[in-house]
Design a protein around this ligand. Sequence first.
Ligand code: SF4
Length: 491
Amino acid sequence: MPDDQAAKAEKIRCDACPVMCYIADGKSGACDRYANHGGDLVRLDPLTVIQSGAQAVAFLDHDPADWDGDLIQGNRTFVTAVGAGTTYPDYKPAPFIVSQQIEDVDMVTVVTEGIFSYCGVKVKIDTDRFIGHERAVVRAGDEPVGHVMTSEYGSKMLSLGGVEHLTGGTKAEGRVTCDALLRLCNREAVELTIDDGATVVVQAGQAPIIDGQPERLMRVGCGSAAIGMFAKQWQPHVDEVVVVDDHITGVLTEHEAGKGLDMRPSGIRVNGRRSTPGRYFQVAEPGTGWGGTDVEDPLSILKSADPKKAWPGLRLLMISTTGEQWAYFVLDADLVPQPAETPPALRATADRVAENCEPSMCSVLFMGGAGGSLRAGVTENPVRLTRSVKEALTYVSCGGAEAYVWPGGGITVMVDVMDMPTDAFGYVPTPALVAPIEFTLRREDYAALGGHLDHVQPVDSVVLPGTRRVAAKAGQPNPHARENYRWPGRT
Ligand code: SF4
């Protein structure tokens, strides 16, 4: 036999995805998820189960090595698809179809790592700072991986990934997009640059870093909302407050809140477009200064005071929507604001604004379409799975975490990666993301939708000594809980 054929003969072929790697002994395949161990194809990451109940306390620090408890012992175990493996071609039954008795109900969970070409992440970045215009291209390195979406209340939103970036562009674009998605979903930090905008380091569960500056606080509200919240606390100490905000800048005495408190109109006037009394749009350009504007000197947004209303000695507080920037002025004889020493009581109100701001954070939600071929691993009649999900007979989870299923056609799911076990995601070089997905339902409903009943196995035959066990996250719905289902007698 020629040498090259002999070498190939020693390799085994992984059939878990369309790449079909030949893997030599002691090596792993292109995705690093499968390896050849002495001629056996093995999945490198351990199967992961979620453990809830008293025994799970040992896992609350998420160190599986500390676990020495018996798995069952009256606690509830949920087999996730993390480490379960994928199937290809799709008609094969899912890697694990496990059954267990939950109280008086025989439940089945179908467990698979789906290969998602149609997937991406939605990123919420808690900041008022300008990071880029809506629709601006977001890049990882030089490659486009997504775009800026709408601004939300105190946050900026990015849409990253999706099939057009994964497979619709160049090879490099697909590879870089897949890598960025993988790292974001596995809670790693990823640096993104936005065309005509900022450089942002995004990491799920961590504060964003914008142009090198870690963001600290999410705004308490817009300028108008801040006026409404703190008007009563400001009133005894000042004659006017301007809350600087890229969205709505608030002017206390002109605002309904000031009128309601019988405050005297101050004659302080701001730039921008008046929306309603005391509420102004576009007082400055978006930026990384006060309240998400480009303002560094707050006086730059003031027009000259109205001489018919303003008076010498008028006390003016200017403050941003996070309370991080503030300045105090007193009008001189020419009605020009002059910096003055801030009374302690007024300083305390600025601290109160900051105290009411939540910590700034990045949230990463994985979104993928599971309404395609992976359904064949669940049932021989795929549309019945879709219907069963829509009818709430089947509960969908991702790595044991509650998945929001979008209305309408398909099984389009969205899940917070922070609710999932760590390192729950993988990839294949097609390129596509590999994400865990589980379908849980009653055995009788599984039979009714044409499930692979001959592949059902009891849960304790799947959970072996090498299984990774993680604690159920506080507040996460248990996939087995009856309130998740619409079947009769669920109460
Ligand atoms: S990329 Fe991974 S899953 Fe696909 S064939 Fe290679 S080793 Fe198997």
